[in-house]
Design a protein around this ligand. Sequence first.
Ligand code: NAD
Ligand code: TYD
Length: 339
Amino acid sequence: MKIIVTGGAGFIGGNFVHYMLEEYPQDKIVCLDKLTYAGSLETLESVMDNPNFKFVKGDIADRPFVYKLFEEEKPDVIINFAAESHVDRSITDPDVFLQTNIMGTAVLLDACRKYGITRFHQVSTDEVYGDLPLDRPDMFFTEETPIHTSSPYSASKASSDLLVLAYHRTYKLPVTISRCSNNYGPYQFPEKLIPLMIANALNDKPLPIYNKGENVRDWLYVRDHCVAIDLIVRKGTVGEVYNIGGHNERTNLEVVKTILKELGKSEDLITFVTDRPGHDRRYAIDPTKINRELGWEPTTLFDEGIKMTIKWYLDNKSWLDNIISGEYQNYYEKMYGNR
Ligand code: NAD
Ligand code: TYD
């Protein structure tokens, strides 16, 4: 089987490439990635020489380029991780989110129609469901929860989900969609909560928590997400949406305190800053469908996964330092300078 993994130089796509090459030595992986600020070839360094792996730099929204790639590679399966993925960036600059997340997905879908594939899998997010109230711990997102987006990021992801489902209904394209909760683990860009807090704590910088830190996220260790996507692509029902997540809810304040404790740093580093506009209160997944139909359940609990993640960042300090030393400083100043 030949699989095109888009966005494989990013966090989840990169972990997926490593997972697939380890698990399926007979399959071929072609990684298509634009190498935006969020993509790093260092994430793929250890597989670059693998004969079953090929890296191609390019934009999923570049139609002639994508068609040529499909013509040359003749892939069986496309798994679309490529996206602009950070909510705060989507608030300051929505345009690129529409271009990559919507137009890029449309181009990939058209290429699949034109050249024929056995599966197009869209890696989506639970953020398409909007948020849940903090005082209703009995409520969860199911696949039937209405789409109700809050940020330009989630609106762009929901739009691409709708396109994917329309291509199934109208053109019978064999698609699946997964909607996962917040991931954490190795290779995550330090603009997202967990690696940002680890990076700041290691450098004794203030840890900026939005508002009072009461917002809740349902954390999933990235390898569990990779296993779930693999299962859906191989055994999931075409045309279906699967939620992925596993009852590992924490407030942001709890997450940050756990990181400080693990690193032996003082809670005095915590700084409460102005809230994110439109900030979603709580995300929580009901994973009944993927559990019942495909037998998937998360294997890594948060308390164990966060230790593994912190250890990875400590053991791979150069990966983090290389990012923090570049353009990241300008981003950080722009986002947090006057907050
Ligand atoms: P990321 O930002 O770490 O990586 C995105 C990758 O896509 C980068 O390598 C980037 O270079 C590449 N890319 C961006 N625009 C591109 C384009 N136009 N053409 C080709 N490549 C392009 O993102 P991530 O956190 O790994 O998320 C991957 C996917 O999973 C996204 O679709 C995201 O919406 C979804 N998702 C993420 C989470 C999470 O917690 N991070 C949770 C659920 C779903
Ligand atoms: P993030 O990692 O950006 O993921 P998402 O917003 O897509 O869930 O943020 C996770 C939570 O952490 C979210 O409630 C916002 C909060 N947060 C902070 O409090 N401070 C920060 O510096 C960041 C990046 C996030």
